[in-house]
Write a protein that binds this ligand. Structure first.
Ligand SMILES: [Zn+2]
Length: 371
């Protein structure tokens, strides 16, 4: 088992505490084993029932706080049937727990004593939760605009929180500097975070009774969730468990669309661009480091991207409230994107709801109650 560089093909041992290749590119986990259906029948419902698919060395023991197996709901929106996967119902309140559980388990096995992370909120809260559960110290670099609810969560889990003025990208620069002295448990760079996110694809397959929906709609900032879902679906196909994989539809905020623009323009990597602040701050990633892999996943699945305006996100959020679903605006962007699909593509699509609204009550109150 090894890391391989996506760009130059260099290999590294999994015992090396690195987050990227010396050439500057991001890493992948070398192809490895997979779980058998027979093994699944004997295991509990956490993401660790799929552990062979994560590519971790056998000595790694799970750091688990109850992540995985989120419900799928069948609903109708505007007379069209669709499904929601309630991935905001995870221990720390977002889908990131799937990746954090796997990545922090690896860090613990490497006897890491301190991790650093940069995040606009959910990933920082998630890494903080798993770090404290593993007995590892944690510092999170956040952009100054991060919602208070997410900061409180990180602080109560014992993390040191460093507010970095400026854009999301400035927090990224600060953490890469700090990463020279601590393990960078990066949800944006580290491929084991992505390996853990695959678990959502495996659950969907099991929850659909061994089948898959025609389309999966997912918000993309760094694009890790889309890449993880893609790798999971492809692994199921390679194992002969499914014939086709779903088309992946990636939704970005029009105020910060580096992957959406790249997809539209046929570019191999994200588009360098100036970005603005959006209500969907969780997907405001100006320079997604795994952009090439995300674009490849979008194209290979036969899917595409959609850009959504803040007003469209707010209007989708109102629909979710009317269904009793309390998610953050970043999650509502997925439904906003779904509403812009042609009718035949909307029907039966699975919309991923990624982050809990309970962390953003102040912002939701300002957006919906104070006008
Ligand atoms: Zn390289």
């Amino acid at each position: 088992m090894a890391y391989t560089c996506f760009t130059c093909g260099n290999k590294y041992s999994l015992s090396e505490k690195l987050f990227r290749c010396s050439c500057g590119s991001f890493l992948q986990v070398e192809p490895h084993g997979f779980f058998s259906k027979r093994q699944l029948s004997r295991r509990d419902l956490s993401i660790w029932r799929y552990r062979e698919a994560f590519g971790l060395p056998e000595r790694v023991e799970p750091v688990s706080i109850g992540e995985g197996r989120t419900p799928i709901l069948r609903r109708k929106v505007e007379d069209t049937p669709l499904l929601f996967k309630l991935d905001f119902l995870q221990p720390s309140g977002s889908f990131k727990d799937r990746g954090a559980s796997v990545l922090i388990s690896l860090a613990k096995s490497l006897e890491v004593s301190k991790v650093v992370e940069d995040s606009s909120g959910n990933a920082g809260a998630s890494i903080s939760a798993y770090a404290v559960a593993a007995g590892i110290r944690c510092t999170v670099y956040v952009p100054a605009y991060t919602p208070e609810g997410k900061l409180i969560q990180m602080k109560l889990f014992g993390s040191e929180v460093v507010k970095v003025p400026g854009k999301r990208q400035d927090a990224n620069r600060a953490v890469i500097e700090a990463a020279q002295e601590a393990y960078y448990a990066s949800h944006l760079w580290n491929p084991f975070f992505t390996m853990g996110l695959q678990s959502a694809a495996f659950e969907i397959w099991e929850q659909f009774g061994g089948k898959l929906p025609p389309r999966v709609v997912v918000p993309i900032g760094g694009g890790g969730f889309l890449e993880g879902l893609y790798l999971g679906f492809v692994a199921l196909k390679r194992a002969g468990y499914v014939r086709e994989i779903p088309k992946l539809i990636g939704v970005q905020a029009e105020k910060c669309p580096p992957i959406h623009r790249a997809f539209q323009e046929g570019l191999p990597d994200y588009r360098e661009m100036e970005v603005e602040t959006t209500v969907a701050e969780g997907i405001a990633v100006q320079k997604p480091p795994r952009g090439k892999a995300v674009l490849q996943a979008l194209r290979d699945s036969g899917g595409h991207t959609i850009g959504v305006h803040d007003e469209e996100i707010i209007s989708a959020e109102k629909i979710l409230f009317s269904l009793g679903l309390f998610v953050e605006p970043t999650s509502a962007s997925a439904l906003a994107g779904w509403r812009k699909l042609p009718r035949e593509e909307r029907e039966g699509a699975l919309v991923m709801l990624t982050g809990n609204g309970l962390k953003e009550t102040k912002k939701l109150s300002d957006l919906f109650l104070s006008a």
